[in-house]
Design a protein around this ligand. Structure first.
Ligand code: PRP
Length: 172
């Protein structure tokens, strides 16, 4: 195993996600929001977060990929799957695992905003502000983390490690 250390334990993740769920529940109780998960990294965060939202809501998914096989962003974002829901007049919550350079979420928010939602907010599990290239910030943030390459709980390195139940720092 090439994990140097655990950054966020399963328990820390679940505690914080319950808090984010409570905040979203207060803000969207009567809005029937559409939660949009960004594939693939957000998969575990999406399912755990939405289970903490007890009000009516809908799910959809968008596919976007910016990384090549390495630990550096290619800078190019590509849409790999569009949403199926008509977002006109809807309250949209984008659910993403990590806000890093921001290039992926810049692309995704622009794309979804063009579909005419009534509101559009960003909920990210991890925020790495040091690496930001796009001018963008999230509305709901799980944890602000230092500039280290993290894997687990949906996050990959060369498509591996997504199934770790915690977030860990990869050995350089
Ligand atoms: C990762 C991550 C975010 C994005 C963040 O996705 O899941 O979507 O990079 O990086 P950025 O802020 O620098 O754009 P990736 O493109 O690796 O696809 P994946 O979710 O399928 O792993």
């Amino acid at each position: 195993m090439e994990i140097e250390r655990v950054l966020l334990t399963q328990e820390q993740l679940q505690t914080r996600i319950a808090e984010l769920g409570a905040a979203l529940s207060a803000d969207y109780a009567d809005k029937t929001p559409v939660f949009i998960g960004v594939l693939k990294g957000a998969v575990h965060f999406f399912t755990d977060l939405t289970l903490q939202f007890p009000h009516p809501c809908q799910y959809d998914f968008i596919g976007a990929s910016s990384y090549g096989d390495g630990t550096q962003s290619s800078g190019q974002v590509k849409l790999t799957k569009d949403v199926m829901t008509d977002l006109q007049g809807r309250h949209v919550i984008i659910v993403e695992d990590i806000l890093d350079t921001g290039l992926t979420l810049r692309f995704v928010t622009d794309w979804l905003r063009s579909k005419g939602p009534a509101s559009l907010k960003l909920c990210v599990l991890l925020d790495k502000p040091e690496r930001r290239k796009a001018k963008l910030s999230a509305d709901y943030i799980g944890f602000t983390i230092p500039n280290e390459f993290v894997v687990g709980y949906g996050l990959d390195y060369q498509e591996l490690y997504r199934n770790l139940p915690y977030v860990g720092v990869l050995k350089p």
